[in-house]
Design a protein around this ligand. Structure first.
Ligand code: GLC
Length: 558
């Protein structure tokens, strides 16, 4: 492993963009373009309508994107060598974070292929010595932002090779497209060889396959393509096939009556039983984003074309469903509060037969006058009113949320700052489940006691998602505030994985130290604030064609 030194003395190439409330993001459009931009533009401009065979022409639909077009691959803040250049005297934590991140790099046969989940030697390791797909995302973004795409490319290709493995749990074979949750490089000192071991859920606690890994993989492929302007990786037949296999898993026809994706508890970041089975927001938002990324990356050849058509249809249905039924604001809460139940037929207002008695007490106080969010889960007679950070931020970044909904999510975060950010950004979900609910929902999980870990714990990694979402909606000052809160303690505390307590004042009981995504999440947040054009690699502008044709009325009937 190489640990490169950081030189902060030269600092003329990166301009710091100073934010205030009136920051004009259109200024970013003036930035220099890379030679590959022309090619890339045509790739990105493919909108839902253009992709659909029934709407062959949509030139006017092309460019309502802002951040998607503003990046400039030639402008980089290299943070790895003696020629490093940086605009301002960076926060000492930033320097520390880069050094720490480099120490986590994992090599396979001499090539960097990922970053280890945590470099904490103090405790028993469990599987924190592995490269997790979801954990690598903020590391990858940091490297891309720093002009170091090689590790990202290697990671994409390495995990693609793992996808083709035969995956079995006992005698049952998993779907071909499943991507691993994590992998590990094994060194044999006697034979001096290296091999890779991967986990697709067959070793994971609870034996759940990671539904999010494939989605993150596609999202990362687009980020790489967007950031470097190099379309050749995504165009490789192997990458095209990898995408098709992932999509085949989630676009297959079945008994579904909803366009959302049905899944098991613990199949994403919250990888333990936490009542996130059914149609959890995290998976739905990532699903939506991955579909949109695939739409721009898939070649429209014989195999790709049919898939593109299915993606377009699914995106239309999914955005309608999510924007309508998962959305909660004061008005919607009022409607649910007064719902009639046991309605039958097409005219039903309370389509999922949600009982008003199932509304939890806390939600009435939590809901601000201005603001709203996507619910944790919606299914038959089931609404999970908990607020989840990742799903709501991805909804903003992918434009699953309309611009009004995105603003409302930010309004809610501002109004409920103490609850959601408090002393350490950001709560993975709010609120915690306690007592009887905790027993029933978690199965008495001692790691997920109230206000700890996945159950209302605070996760520094989520800072990058919050920051990206804030920049997207033009409110970076919110992110700046959150970063300042994190800077008070995060490095001093040794970059913990998570914090406990109602406002995140305590280092997580079983939290690893030197958790890589806590480090990388901070770096990405800082670099994005410094240069908001980086947002383009992880954000998608609204596709106007997906706007609901009918405005929401007072009920669920359209
Ligand atoms: C925990 C987290 C999971 C993460 C893993 C490695 O299991 O719940 O989201 O990927 O640790 O950091």
């Amino acid at each position: 492993m190489s640990v490169a030194s950081v030189d902060l003395t030269q600092n003329d190439s990166v301009k710091n963009v100073d934010f205030d409330d009136s920051f004009d993001f259109s200024k970013l459009l003036d930035k220099p373009r890379h030679l590959n931009m022309e090619r890339q533009r045509s790739l990105d401009e493919r909108s839902l309508v253009e992709a659909s065979p029934r709407h062959p022409s949509s030139a006017e639909n092309g460019r309502h994107m802002d951040f998607e077009n503003v990046f400039s691959p030639s402008k980089r803040s290299s943070f790895n060598s003696s020629s490093a250049q940086y605009a301002l005297e960076p926060h000492p934590m930033f320097v520390d974070a880069w050094e720490s991140l480099r120490k986590t790099m994992v090599y396979f046969r001499g090539q960097p292929v990922g970053t280890i989940a945590a470099l904490d030697n103090s405790d028993e390791k469990l599987n924190y010595d592995q490269v997790f797909v979801r954990d690598f995302v903020p590391s990858a973004l940091a490297f891309l932002m720093n002009g170091e795409p090689e590790i990202v490319k290697n990671f994409i290709l390495k995990t693609l090779r793992l996808q083709s493995w035969e995956k079995k749990i006992d005698r049952f074979q998993l779907g071909e497209g499943v991507m691993p949750a994590s992998f590990k490089v094994l060194h044999d000192p006697v034979r001096n060889t290296e091999t890779i071991m991967a986990d697709f859920g067959e070793s994971a606690i609870g034996r759940v396959a990671p539904v999010d890994s494939g989605f993150w993989w596609i999202i990362l492929l687009r980020a790489y393509t967007k950031s470097t302007g190099d379309t050749s990786l995504a165009e490789m037949p192997e990458c095209q096939k990898g995408m098709r296999l992932i999509l085949a898993l989630c676009l297959s026809e079945g008994f579904d009556t909803f366009p959302t994706l049905l899944c098991a508890d613990g199949c994403s970041m919250i990888d333990r039983r936490m009542g996130v089975y059914g149609y959890p927001i995290e998976i739905q938002a990532l699903f939506f984003m991955a579909l949109r990324c695939a739409l721009v990356l898939l070649k429209q050849d014989a195999q790709g074309k049919e898939l593109v058509d299915r993606i377009v249809k699914r995106l239309h249905a999914l955005s309608f469903h999510m924007r309508s039924y998962f959305w909660l604001d004061l008005k919607q809460l009022n409607d649910i509060y007064r719902f009639k139940t046991e309605e039958y037929s097409h005219t039903a207002v309370n389509k999922f037969n949600v009982m008003p008695d199932s509304l939890p007490e806390w939600v009435f106080d939590f809901m601000p006058t201005y603001g709203g969010y996507f619910l944790g889960n919606v299914g038959p007679s089931n609404m999970d009113f908990r607020w989840f950070c990742l799903g709501n931020c991805i909804a903003i970044l992918s434009s699953l949320a309309t611009p009004e909904q995105s603003m409302a999510i930010m309004d809610l975060i501002e109004s409920r700052w103490e609850e959601l950010v408090g002393d350490m950004p950001v709560k993975v979900c709010y609120p915690a489940i306690e007592s009887h609910d905790w027993r029933i929902i978690t199965g008495c999980d001692p790691k997920n006691t109230r206000w700890s870990y996945h159950n209302g714990g605070s996760w520094p990694v989520l800072l990058w998602l919050l920051t990206a979402a804030c920049i997207k909606v033009g409110r970076p000052q919110i992110a700046r505030r959150a970063i300042e809160v994190a800077e008070l303690r995060l490095a001093k505390d040794g970059w913990p994985e998570y914090y406990d307590g109602k406002s995140g004042r305590y280092i997580g009981k079983q939290a690893r130290k030197h958790q890589t995504w806590s480090i990388a999440g901070y770096l990405v947040a800082k670099m994005m604030l410094e240069d908001p054009s980086h947002l383009g690699m992880i954000s998608l502008e609204e596709d106007k064609q997906m706007k609901p044709t009918i405005k929401r009325s007072s009920s669920w009937s359209f």
